[in-house]
Design a protein around this ligand. Structure first.
Ligand code: HEC
Length: 130
């Protein structure tokens, strides 16, 4: 994501640069739309931004089910894992660990629907950093 984001201003500058002055504004618009279309799915895939409602839903599920081990609001964890530091780029690992369990952590796949696990992901990645 950082890669694409850091390139976006360069692309925008290139578009505004004199080489492109000959282009008509509808073409400039098309380029901007293409850049945006490339950036948005990458942002979504990398884990944010999340709708507030989804984060709140995840927080509620978390406080009922995960807080006993991982600590209220992901602080004072009783287990040697700090969820606030879970890497946003490793969503598939999060899903696998939560659904199937990992070592001392029980599996949650039978308890929660897919959208509830998505809400947990939203909370873990975005929740307490807001
Ligand atoms: C019974 C205690 C317990 C509960 C309840 C619990 N966990 Fe865990 N969790 C653990 C332990 C222990 C680990 C460390 C597993 C390991 O790496 O050995 C862990 C690890 C994790 C990890 C890191 C997995 C990885 O791939 O490194 C995630 C993510 C996680 N838990 C999410 C959750 C979520 C979300 C919930 C609530 C639905 C939850 N946990 C509830 C004990 C618990």
């Amino acid at each position: 994501m950082r890669f694409l984001l850091s390139f976006t201003p360069i692309i925008v500058r290139a578009v505004l640069h004199k080489e492109f002055v000959g282009l008509r504004s509808d073409k400039l618009l098309a380029v901007s739309v293409a850049v945006a279309a490339l950036t948005v799915p990458v942002l979504a895939q990398m884990g944010g931004p999340f709708p507030d409602e989804q984060v709140r839903k995840g927080a509620a599920i978390y406080s009922q089910n995960c807080a006993p081990c991982h600590g209220p609001r992901m602080m004072d964890s009783q287990v040697p894992v700090d969820l606030r530091k879970f890497p946003p780029a490793e969503k598939s690992r999060f899903l696998a660990s939560v659904v199937k369990g990992k070592n001392q952590m029980p599996p949650w796949g039978d308890l929660f629907k897919a959208d509830e696990i998505e809400a947990l992901w939203a909370y873990v990645i975005a929740g307490e950093k807001r």
